[in-house]
Design a protein around this ligand. Structure first.
Ligand SMILES: [Zn+2]
Ligand SMILES: [Zn+2]
Length: 401
């Protein structure tokens, strides 16, 4: 790989990216952010796993995931049946979120990856930068692995109601998830970006704008120009980052209490209604002896949203104070909360599966409740908040003192 200038996406430092050997990674000299992974991976492995995951998604969507036998009646759950059940119960926004994150976005993301990597592999000269940027932007919202954990939690909770079996779609979901994760692990994004043609020469000075999507430095002084490689609008920093993040964090705090205090679902057994909050769901898993799952749900649903809200608040306040304290630690914390936020959707997916499967008329029935809407809003808002925040402004403000 030819050494060239690169702008760190986490702290903004413009530096020379050296050639990386097969057993080394290149890290930012100031904040430690990984700039390039070991060379020599190529794109074949990632292409193969992405294609396998895309093919496996078809039987996952078209075959039953799991079946529940209770009161001598068998019910089956498909990938889209949770969406349909939530929609029919009048929870349209929740149905939309589950549809997008578990079905639509994973399909589109994997199709884009296969298209871009396949075209690169075959040497087809078509503009791919925009498509690869879209794939990168969609990746956090393609939650097939989170859906799988939601299925595991639903499977454990269904044991109290009847006999549960994993069907063909369920096994394909596990295989598709493994393939998606292996595709992500084997992907060397920097190698793909470097292989993509750019209609501009790489920047030669530090007085350039670094593209937020592909990190290409462009010799332009004009903001709002398009990146010559991926087409993203160039900004020195994410526009209006402090105010947008603040507004979303405040909205997140306001919704956090109803999300945790109101029931997210209710179980009707022989006419008796049993409302369940997020915390009571965790308690139920603990009572059944499922400690690891209880710990995962407690961390993902209760601790992670709170940690995101506190973490982003800390970053906003310290940036406003132009503090130089814990800059590297704060940048690492930001990277972590941006990464883990999507795992809070485990409970939403679990609710969609229970609502679709547990429908035995007056005997046993699960219904979604208003708390699930507030919870979905907290998860989505905190995810958007962390994507709106630009960690480079922490370094800019500290440098301006
Ligand atoms: Zn950095
Ligand atoms: Zn770009």
């Amino acid at each position: 790989m030819r050494a060239h200038l690169i702008g760190c996406s986490d702290c903004g430092l413009v530096q020379v990216l050296p050639s990386v050997s097969a057993d080394a990674v290149a890290e930012c000299a100031r904040c430690g952010h990984g700039l390039a992974r070991p060379a020599g991976r190529g794109i074949d492995m990632s292409l193969a796993f992405s294609a396998a995951a895309l093919l496996l998604l078809l039987p996952t969507a078209l075959s039953p995931l799991m079946s529940l036998i209770s009161f001598s009646v068998q019910r089956r759950s498909w990938l889209p049946s949770g969406v349909e059940a939530l929609w029919n119960d009048g929870f349209g926004p929740l149905a939309t979120v589950v549809f997008l994150f578990s079905i639509a976005v994973p399909f589109i993301y994997l199709a884009l990856m296969v298209w871009v990597l396949g075209a690169l592999r075959l040497g087809i000269a078509v503009p791919l930068g925009k498509l690869f940027r879209w794939a990168g932007e969609l990746r956090p919202w393609a939650m097939i692995e989170v859906y799988l954990v939601g299925c595991c939690v639903a499977y454990s909770r269904l044991q109290d109601i009847g006999t549960v079996h994993v069907n063909v779609g369920g096994w394909c979901l596990i295989a598709a998830t493994c393939s998606t994760l292996l595709a992500a692990i084997s992907l060397d994004e920097r190698a793909v970006w470097n292989a993509l043609p750019s209609c501009a020469e790489p920047a030669s000075s530090g007085r350039s704008i670094s593209c937020g999507a592909c990190a290409l430095l462009s010799d332009t002084v004009r903001e709002d120009a398009a990146c010559p490689r991926c087409g993203a609008t160039l900004h020195r920093r994410k526009p209006d980052t402090m105010r947008r993040t603040l507004a979303l964090v405040v909205a997140g705090y306001l919704l956090y209490l109803p999300a945790n205090l109101l029931p997210v679902l209710s179980i009707e057994r022989f006419g008796r209604e049993d409302p369940n909050t997020i915390l009571s769901g965790v308690h139920e898993l603990m009572s059944s002896g499922l400690w690891p799952l209880a710990a995962i749900v407690f961390t993902a649903s209760i601790l992670v949203p709170l940690m995101k809200l506190f973490g982003l608040s800390l970053m906003l306040v310290m940036t406003r104070w132009r503090s130089r304290r814990w800059l590297v630690g704060r940048t690492r914390l930001f990277r972590f909360i941006d990464f883990v936020g999507r795992w809070s959707n485990i409970d939403l997916f679990m609710i969609s599966i229970l609502v679709a499967l547990v429908q035995f008329g007056a005997l046993t029935r699960v219904r979604p409740e208003a708390g699930s809407l507030a919870f979905a809003a907290v998860v989505v808002i905190t995810m958007i908040a962390s994507r709106c925040f630009d960690p480079r402004v922490m370094w800019d403000e500290a440098d301006s003192t």
